[in-house]
Design a protein around this ligand. Structure first.
Ligand SMILES: C[S@@+](CC[C@H](N)C(=O)[O-])C[C@H]1O[C@@H](n2cnc3c(N)ncnc32)[C@H](O)[C@@H]1O
Length: 178
């Protein structure tokens, strides 16, 4: 469950994994490129510059994200879809994990920045299930625990941001483009 607006609040830092991943895709002239887990689609359009001859598709399991992405219009085609696409497709897979460290500013008159960030991602199901009053009461719990787990030092919170990367290519196309 993702909130496109909250997600885009951090688009600069969050964009780095996208560019790191794209740099690891070795395909020269692919016919189709799929950005699986494309989110709000703002980064997917970068792929049209890298592979101008390819059809670029953006898929995401979140209908809210795809609604947002579709509003961007051509040239990318966006649709709801999930990782099950890779299962049994005979893909050659390159997978790795990186932990980025984001330094989040902690402002004196604002909530803890990790809480703010999680309200757009992991805490969305809890927010959706509670009315405003219950939500205000509930969020003090994770807020206090996050503040203890991610202390503020010199006005900043050091936040490890773990990403798992997967580049998958069908065998035939991998050979064509090598
Ligand atoms: C961290 S966001 C990344 C969005 C975008 N790639 C970017 O770099 O800005 C992860 C996205 O993956 C989507 N997602 C998670 N699991 C998925 C799955 N199994 N299939 C498709 N999308 C998935 C989420 O809905 C979310 O939009």
């Amino acid at each position: 469950m993702w909130d496109p607006a909250a997600y885009l609040r951090y688009d600069d830092e969050r964009g780095r994994p996208f560019h790191d991943l794209a740099a690891r895709v070795p395909a020269g002239r692919p016919r189709v490129v799929v950005d699986l887990g494309c989110g709000p689609g703002t980064l997917t359009a970068n792929l049209t510059a890298r592979w101008p001859g390819a059809r670029i598709n953006g898929l995401d399991s979140s209908a809210e994200m795809i609604d947002r992405a579709t509003a961007l219009g051509p040239p990318v085609d966006f649709a709801v879809g999930c990782a099950a696409l890779l299962t049994g497709a005979g893909c050659a897979v390159d997978a790795w994990e990186t932990t980025y460290v984001h330094l989040l500013p902690a402002l004196a008159d604002a909530d803890h920045p990790v809480l703010t960030r999680m309200e757009g991602t992991a805490l969305r199901p809890a927010r959706a299930a509670l009315d405003d009053a219950r939500w205000a009461d509930f969020r003090t719990g994770p807020g206090a625990r996050l503040a203890a787990a991610y202390p503020v030092r010199s006005g900043l919170v050091s936040f490890p941001f773990r990403r798992v990367f997967i580049v998958a290519r069908t065998g035939a196309r991998a050979e064509e483009n090598s």
